[in-house]
Write a protein that binds this ligand. Structure first.
Ligand code: MG
Length: 251
């Protein structure tokens, strides 16, 4: 085989993608609730009544996966201003903290066989801030985020977003991808792309917490999702991954 020095060899390790929000920290932190309140206030600030704000928020979430995409498309807002006012204003340092168990879990993944990346629908500043507070920055090798600055940016569960993620990680074989997310539609999206092992994180004890309609939607199956899903598993604790995917951990 002839190779030149500029030709790069594909990294043939597996890659485990972790969602960030409500996956790498507990949803009991109520960050999504606080985020939702800020997004609602943003709609109100644009001149909508509380009723319209709730309706538009939900509609854009269902239609576009993220409220901000509807806001950019239909209200001509500045996405960076939105990000500053919503995610940027969250007192994250008071809401989440270092979790030794999650840290150890990522540390125990065998890096000779596996790469660990994050795949989030948040914009970069929020994602980096969360990883910094959780002290997971050094254990996450790559970050694929939603680029709010790009016109018509894509997000999970759109096929293009998973394809973009693979491109960024420099892999062409989707069967090398493992994925953990608390949002069922995101799992179905990854599965549809041929990502071989997918774990839907349904945190234990969350049923007692009211999450509102958006939380309910996150648990629902995507319309037309494949019935046969040998690779899709439900986990209630990230520790379950040790049993589910022993091949990715150090012996
Ligand atoms: Mg999430």
């Amino acid at each position: 085989m002839s190779t030149t020095t500029t030709e790069s060899v594909e990294d043939d390790r597996l890659i485990v993608w972790f969602d960030i929000d409500n996956t790498l920290y507990s949803a009991s932190s109520r960050i999504s609730h606080a985020m939702g309140r800020r997004i609602h206030a943003y709609f109100v600030q644009l001149g909508h009544t509380h009723e319209e704000a709730s309706e538009l928020h939900l509609r854009y979430y269902i239609q576009y996966g993220l409220a901000i995409r509807g806001l950019v498309r239909h209200h001509d807002i500045d996405p960076l201003d939105f990000d500053r006012q919503c995610d940027g204003s969250l007192p994250l340092e008071d809401m989440i903290k270092f979790n030794p168990k999650t840290h150890k879990l990522l540390e125990d993944i065998d890096r000779t066989k596996v790469r660990v990346w994050a795949l989030t629908n948040a914009y970069r500043p929020h994602a980096q801030r969360v990883l910094r507070i959780l002290q997971l920055e050094d254990l996450i090798e790559g970050l694929v985020f939603c680029d709010y600055e790009m016109e018509d940016f894509v997000c999970k569960p759109e096929p293009e977003f998973y394809q973009l993620a693979m491109k960024k990680a420099g892999i062409t074989d989707p069967s090398k991808c493992y994925f953990v997310d608390d949002n069922r539609a995101n799992i179905d999206g990854a599965w549809a792309q041929g990502w071989s092992k997918c774990a839907h994180f349904c945190e234990r004890g969350l049923e007692a917490m009211e999450g509102g309609r958006i939380k309910e939607i996150e648990k629902e199956r995507a319309v037309g999702a494949a019935e046969e899903e040998k690779g899709v598993e439900i986990i209630t604790d990230l520790e379950d991954l040790r049993v589910l995917w022993p091949e990715i951990f150090k012996k």
